[in-house]
Write a protein that binds this ligand. Structure first.
Ligand code: HEM
Length: 411
């Protein structure tokens, strides 16, 4: 794929194995904990942005298309945490980058389904869509290359030209001794500065493009669906408000304080809402695999080399696995409740096995923080009806039209 090259998501074999091994420590529990201040900070900015809109409207509440607000917040978080770069798109929207990503994602599926567009020369030079795609790819690649070069320059300034010491890369040292963050991009730059032949700037760009996309577009879609669902289910929303108010009061939380891992663990119902929303609207609705051996399935033999698609959303809506499959019932994910669903293979929003999502804990932590701040401060009423939502045929499950929600301050 010209956009992501062969980064972690799209590579295979030895290259995938080595990169996955190199990048797994960047998502270790301790590192996620070190991301808490940044995630809290960006979530608070989001709440302020929504308040600003209410203020501007001169009303007590206002209706907002949530997609851009959420997208810029998650984009700032992935840049800050994984790349160590303060993008500030909640203040100055990175419109070109975000719009280019949407257009590229939209065209990927169309091109896959149109064999006459598979030839790159014809596509990029002779079709208007391909030429627009090339312009968008340039915007996205320039953006990510700038992020990398800035961070590389910073790394050189901080370390002189000498390579990073190997102890610095250890996860335990990340939090305790290193004031500088040795997160995702730093691990790659460290490797690049040690041996630029084994990892070139182009190789780094593949990974940065992959993580910038996977790390913000998936979580923003999941947040948007969660907000919309909660705004359509006032009785469940009220239970979440109650859960959050209790945590805020119990821990004496005020505006300046950050949510901690322990407090996030107490948000059981909020977590169940996120999981149920990912069941109904998995950000990655399907995944593909190539059979590396003949597979016997029921009365069929699927020959080696076949491409298989796994439709996550269809598994999640199977009435045999989930009674009332189309209903939003977060209690399915509350242990001890009557609706609790135990089967682990019935729920795969992050896929499963060795190629599962490397960022799933990051995603849940980020989503909980953002939703906790929004729901602590606002009551939501969804204006957009599910029946009116048309989906883009894309890599992520993206609604085509605005998702309008009324925000009513609670305090
Ligand atoms: C709600 C949010 C998310 C969902 C639903 C999600 C879902 C998935 C799924 C289904 C896969 C498997 C894709 C496939 O096999 O084709 C995947 C892989 C991946 N995800 Fe996520 N993801 C989310 C958030 C994130 C975040 C926050 C990051 C990074 C910070 C991330 C990084 C990746 C990467 C790099 C892979 C490829 C892993 C590999 O092949 O080794 N994802 N994700």
């Amino acid at each position: 794929m010209p956009w992501l090259g062969t980064g972690l998501l799209t590579s295979s074999g030895k290259k995938w194995f080595q990169r996955r091994k190199m990048l797994t420590p960047a998502f270790h529990f301790n590192i996620l904990e070190a991301f808490l201040p940044s995630m809290n900070e960006h979530a608070k900015i989001l709440v302020n942005k929504i308040r600003e809109q209410i203020h501007k409207s001169n009303e007590k509440s206002t209706v907002i298309d949530v997609a851009p607000y959420i997208t810029y917040c998650t984009l700032d978080i992935i840049c800050d945490t994984a790349m160590g770069v303060k993008l500030g798109s909640q203040y100055n929207p990175a419109i070109d980058y975000v719009q280019s990503i949407h257009r590229i994602g939209n065209k990927v599926i169309k091109r896959v389904l149109s064999p006459w567009l598979w030839n790159s020369f014809i596509y990029y030079n002779l079709t208007p869509t391909g030429r627009e795609d090339r312009r968008d790819l340039n915007i996205v690649h320039n953006f990510t290359m700038n992020v990398i070069k800035n961070r590389k320059n910073e790394a050189i300034q901080q370390n002189g030209k000498k390579p990073f010491s190997t102890t610095e890369t250890k996860v335990d040292n990340f939090v305790s001794t290193s004031r500088r963050r040795l997160a995702f991009l730093d691990l790659l730059i460290e490797q690049h500065l040690k041996d630029s032949n084994s990892l070139s700037l182009y190789d780094i760009r593949e990974e940065v493009d992959t993580f910038m996309f996977e790390g913000h577009d998936t979580t923003s879609m999941s947040l948007i669906w969660s907000l919309l669902l909660l705004g359509h289910h006032p009785e469940i929303q009220e239970r979440v408000h109650h859960e959050l108010d209790h945590i805020w009061e119990q821990h004496n939380l005020d505006e300046s304080m950050h949510l901690t891992t322990n407090q996030l663990c107490e948000m059981k119902l909020l977590e169940a809402c996120i999981k149920e929303s990912l069941r109904l609207y998995p950000s990655v609705p399907f995944i593909g695999r190539v059979a590396n051996t003949d597979v016997e399935y029921e009365n069929y033999t699927i020959p080696k080399g076949s491409t298989l698609f796994i439709f996550i959303q269809m598994i999640h809506r199977d009435p045999k696995l989930y009674p009332k499959p189309d209903s939003f019932i977060p209690d399915r994910f509350m242990e001890g409740s009557n609706s609790y669903v135990k089967n682990p293979f019935a729920y795969v929003p992050f896929s499963a096995g060795p190629r599962n999502c490397i960022g799933q804990k990051f995603a849940l932590q980020e989503e909980k923080i953002i939703l906790a701040f929004i729901l602590r401060h606002f009551r939501l009423e969804s204006i957009t009806q599910f029946d009116n939502i048309i989906m883009h045929p894309e890599l992520v499950l993206r609604p085509k039209d605005p998702v309008n929600i009324r925000f009513i301050p609670r305090h």
